[in-house]
Write a protein that binds this ligand. Structure first.
Ligand code: FAD
Ligand code: SF4
Ligand code: SF4
Length: 1002
């Protein structure tokens, strides 16, 4: 279809969807671009995106799409690795609204669910019944049941529970012609379904010899259609009683045969206990060889961690103790062997059997036994983190997933991995091996540069891997599906006659070729560069970035993974584009469990308001795919609008996508193009400049919240919500109180034996000076000579400030000037090793983060090294015996809310540590994402509602649930949000400690 005809078709489709459904109709270029990729190397622009609110919407959308000649592509989390979730179609995203558990029959251990529900959400709802759905994919926090069925997904414990196909009991779906079908056991089918079953049975019978000859016999085979349901070839039967279930034909069909409306699932009892044996091997080969013997002991998982991963984990101070506790000497590989069940004594017996087995295999004393839950969980977390570090390789060469889940029989695993390692070496790359040794599916990703010679190498490696898979009678597609990168290998795997049989199935169920065309049947070539996200010739717009992104502007060596020096990567955007391109679309940011990332998605469930969606929008803008000026245009502005700059992604994203900093870059670029911001922006940005003057007339400044109607008027002028009270101005600022506080001069602090500089930010200094005073008292009581800098201008430094309020308004130049002044004032102290101690996480941590990207040189790095939050400083000093204050016992339990930036920098633990210095203190952490206030975000009228929703996700309910507890929150905006939303006062940790001092300093 040519361009204008395509547009006409899309317009008609969009018009009718808007008129005939209640769903969201997203047809603009940026929205389509956000759905053009999955976690593969491919990118295909969809015709449009539809987010249905009900099953009826889906039915209508399929009908409308068919009548306009548009294909339909079902989508869940979009975390597929092979390109099966990309296509020039109407993409229908079920993950936002179609996510109900429809029924749980706990006695029969069966659940019925809508396709968009995420596995972790389902399992959370099943937990009270003592049940779970045990196909525990690594992406359990984002994979939907519809997508898992689409891919025939497999979990780490598949050796115990099987793949999706072994755990799906029934599927209700729409066919491409819009008719509804209900697939289940063949002896209970309706007329239409029975005729489909008969057709498939006929094909299966006619191809019985071919199936016997060509079908891989391993458990992990997910390629092609499951034509073997009538004559199962899997190591594990598809049903308990050997009967045939027609729903299994749809499992693994990648949305090409039917659109799932609901699934009936087989549940399993939650095991009451787990024990882990970590087996240490002197060689990788020995580990691979041992797997076949270990599985005979009946483990629920056998997972590999190779030497590279071990070393990566060891290099990380946070993980070193955990990984080292699992090691015996310096192994080349370890296998994590898990036994799970209800009878703990039996599990311990099996663990003993593992130890004995290793003795028999001449590896005595090689097993570290972990029987407690905590170390086991810590070790599983380390395994995941190791993979994340590997994925964060900077430069254009990336670990590419295309042969990463070939499965071979266990007896050949050692030989297969050795031979494939040799193949990588031949092509100038190498692979890091990990994952499912129990079922012969080891993940490995050679590093390829798709913008240069990656496609050629990919084909060469794929062909050589295929020879090995055939030699060892394995499955080429063993976990992640066929999609675009393995579609062409289906004929190779099954032979032309079975491929024709697959085509006949497709033709029978979807004669109009409406559903995800070109996947499984008639797929394109895997190396068709027109389908690549980064094809040869990929270009970005020229851009002079405001911040220093040179750390990303590098290239890497695929064999050694070493990178070239910062700034040498040839990126015309100075590294900004390459930082954005670090997002590989794995979808990890679509999570709702622990951690911060991503509060705006947690509230909206919109791809647009997700870290991944934002990174994709930026990537498209930076590569000119949204038009020449897109970076400073509306699509990018809208995608970043609800990003609260919490830095959750900086820490939680496996590849370290730092959207908070990217937003600052875009804001600064926008200001360059569009000039002055709004009055409200200026009001916030320039607060540090006018705070001193304004605080001298508090009665005037506070009128807005006192005189009826003024707040509403000011909302019109400033954009600040009338529903918010603003911080209260007062005369007793820290600067005015300073003369009576016993502060040390610069000179005395510089010469004292035990000194610290208290960095008093504008917020604590102006609106809550009691916090700064409390911090001072604690430090003085512990014998520190304290000099104050910041909102204190007692010794003529003026109001020093980190520049954060300017950054948030895109005023990068003013922010840099402020940061420069601060650096000049603090440099003499840090040059003498004196700590700069701050109270407000977002201000103090600016010294450790944004200031390093402002071109301030090595001095800024020195300052960053010495910039510590109050609690970090005290925890450090307590560890080395320099801080041991006399404290009164606690009278109330304490619940701590961590500021997002504290979490991003791993600085929450010190809050707990120092509070626990108080005798009898019962301290616990509130499990929360962002409070929703996030600087000025929550004050803005346009964001008030979303801000409150963010707070209601976890923080406010937790505060309300602890009426007797002392609420501790170090963030100024967090305290305001708690006061506004729960009517409770929260205290800075400094005040809590000061209140417990036995003999306060003067
Ligand atoms: C880091 C990482 C780790 C992974 N680990 C694993 C792992 O341990 N095990 C594993 O098996 N996979 C793994 N995967 C692959 C992927 O996460 C899984 O296959 C997952 O189950 C896909 O779920 P999804 O909701 O993202 O599906 P999507 O990618 O959205 O869709 C998958 C397929 O199902 C189809 N589909 C979706 N919804 C429907 C519907 N309603 N009706 C019909 N068809 C539908 C789609 O068209 C597509 O073809 C991993 C991926 C990544 C990035
Ligand atoms: S932003 Fe990070 S977590 Fe989200 S998809 Fe991209 S790489 Fe994954
Ligand atoms: S900074 Fe926070 S809100 Fe913004 S993308 Fe990252 S996690 Fe989401």
């Amino acid at each position: 279809m040519n361009g204008p005809a395509m547009n006409e078709q899309a317009n008609e489709l969009a018009r009718r969807l808007s008129a005939e459904t209640g769903g969201e109709v997203l047809f603009d270029a940026a929205a389509r671009g956000r759905y053009a990729t999955d976690a593969s190397i491919y990118q295909i622009m969809p015709v449009g995106v539809f987010v249905p609110t009900s099953s009826a919407d889906v039915a209508t959308a399929i009908a409308v799409a068919r009548s306009t000649g548009t294909p339909v592509l079902a989508r869940g989390g979009g975390s597929s690795q092979c390109g099966q979730t990309t296509g020039a179609a109407l993409v229908i995203d079920t993950s936002k609204h179609l996510r109900r558990v429809l029924r749980v029959d706990a006695d029969a251990a069966i659940a019925e669910v809508e396709p968009g529900i995420v596995l972790d959400e389902l399992n959370a709802q099943l937990r009270p019944h003592g049940l779970w759905f045990p196909v525990d994919v690594s992406t359990s926090a984002q994979a939907t049941l519809g997508g898992m069925a689409g891919n025939n997904s497999c979990g780490s414990r598949s050796i115990a529970y099987g793949n999706m196909v072994h755990n799906v009991l029934g599927i209700a779906a729409w066919l491409g012609d819009g008719s509804e079908v209900s697939f289940g056991p063949v002896d209970r089918l309706g007329a239409r379904e029975r005729s489909i079953a008969e057709m498939v049975r006929g094909l299966a019978l006619a191809h019985r010899d071919e199936i016997d000859a060509h079908w891989p016999k391993v458990l992990r085979r997910v390629g092609g259609y499951n034509l073997d349901i009538f004559h199962p070839q899997s190591e594990r039967p598809y049903t308990n009683d050997g009967s045939v279930n027609l729903a299994h034909l749809l499992v693994g069909s990648e949305g090409t045969l039917a659109f799932t409306r609901s699934l009936r699932l087989k549940l399993a009892p939650l095991p009451r206990a787990r024990v882990l044996g970590v087996v240490n091997f002197p060689t990788f080969h020995a580990a691979m060889d041992a797997a076949q013997h270990i599985v005979k002991l009946g483990p629920s998982a056998v997972e590999l961690v190779d030497r590279t991963m071990i070393e990566l984990s060891r290099a990380n101070p946070a993980f070193r103790p955990t990984i080292e506790a699992a090691l015996v000497g310096a192994p080349d590989a370890i296998l994590l062997v898990e036994f799970s069940g209800d009878d703990r004594a039996d599990l311990l017996r099996r663990l003993r059997a593992l130890v004995e087995l290793m003795g028999e295999l001449r590896l005595p004393d090689s097993v570290v036994e972990m029987t407690a839950d905590a170390p086991q969980k810590a070790l599983w977390d380390v395994r995941k983190a190791g993979l994340n570090i590997m994925m964060s390789l900077k430069g254009d060469g990336k670990p590419v997933s295309f042969i990463e889940d070939c499965a071979v029989p266990l007896e050949h695993l050692a030989e297969y991995t050795a031979a494939l390692t040799e193949v990588f070496r031949k092509h100038g790359s190498r692979g890091t091996w990990y994952a499912h040794a129990s079922v012969g599916t080891l993940h490995v990703r050679p590093i390829l540069d798709m913008r240069r010679d990656g496609a050629q190498k990919m084909r060469a490696i794929a062909e050589e891997a295929a020879v090995l898979v055939r030699k060892f009678k394995g499955a080429y597609s063993g976990e992640h599906g066929d999609g675009l990168c393995r579609g062409e290998w289906i004929t190779w795997q099954f032979g032309p006659r079975l491929n024709d049989a697959f085509r006949a199935i497709k033709q029978h169920l979807d004669p109009g070729n409406v559903l995800n065309p070109g996947r499984i049947v008639d797929p394109p070539q895997m190396d068709d560069a027109r389908l690549f996200r980064f094809a040869p010739g990929y270009k970005t717009i020229p851009l002079t970035p405001v911040f220093d992104w040179s750390a990303w502007n590098v290239q890497n060596d695929p064999a050694t993974e070493t990178t070239t020096p910062p700034g040498s990567g040839g990126d015309g955007t100075g590294g900004f584009a390459k930082a954005v391109e670090m997002c590989n679309n794995n979808g990890h940011c679509r999570k709702f469990d622990a951690g911060t990332m991503c509060p705006s998605f947690r509230v909206t469930r919109d791809e647009q308001h997700l870290t991944r969606g934002r990174a994709n929008t930026l990537r498209l803008a930076l590569s000119g795919q949204l038009g020449a000026e897109a970076l400073t245009g509306d699509a990018v502005r809208d995608a970043l609008d609800l990003c609260v700059g919490c830095k959750g992604c900086r820490r939680d994203c496996p590849t370290g996508v730092d959207m908070a900093k990217m937003k600052l870059e875009v804001l600064a670029q926008r200001r360059r193009i569009h000039g002055r911001g709004s009055f409200g922006d200026a009001l916030i940005a320039r607060l540090p400049d006018y705070a001193r003057l304004a605080s001298s007339v508090p009665w005037l400044m506070n009128l807005r919240d006192r005189v009826p109607g003024l707040a509403r008027l000011s909302e019109k002028l400033s954009g600040l919500s009338a529903r918010r009270s603003l911080p209260r101005w007062r005369r007793d600022t820290f600067a005015r109180r300073a003369p009576s506080l016993g502060l040390a001069s610069r000179e005395s602090a510089l010469s004292a034996a035990k000194s610290a500089v208290l960095f008093v930010d504008t917020f604590n200094g102006t609106f809550e000076s009691e916090n700064a005073v409390a911090a001072l008292r604690v430090l003085q009581a512990a014998g520190y000579t304290v000099h104050a800098a910041g909102a204190n201008d007692a010794d003529g430094q003026g109001a020093l400030c980190c520049g954060r309020t300017y950054l948030a308004a895109g005023r990068a130049d003013e922010a840099k000037a402020k940061a420069g002044q601060l650096l000049a004032a603090l440099l003499p102290f840090v040059q003498r090793g004196i700590a700069i101690v701050g109270l407000e996480p977002s201000c103090l941590l600016t010294l450790r983060d944004e200031m390093l990207a402002m071109g301030l040189g090595a001095d800024a790095a020195l300052l960053a090294e010495h910039a510590l939050l109050f609690e970090e400083f005290l925890a450090r000093e307590a560890h080395c015996g320099r801080f041991a204050p006399a404290l009164k016992p606690a009278t109330r339990p304490m619940r701590v809310h961590g500021h997002c930036h504290q979490k991003a920098f791993g600085a929450v633990q010190p809050v707990l540590e120092v509070l626990r210095l108080i005798p009898g203190a019962e301290v616990s952490l509130i499990e929360s994402s962002c409070c929703g206030m996030a600087g000025s975000f929550g004050y803005e009228a346009s964001h008030h509602a979303i801000s409150m929703q963010m707070a209601e996700l976890g923080l406010l309910p937790a505060v309300r649930a602890a009426p007797d507890a002392l609420i501790v929150a170090d963030g100024t905006s967090c305290r305001h949000q708690i006061a506004d939303g729960a009517g409770r006062e929260a205290l800075h940790v400094a005040r809590v400690l000061a209140d417990h001092l036995l003999s306060p300093a003067s």
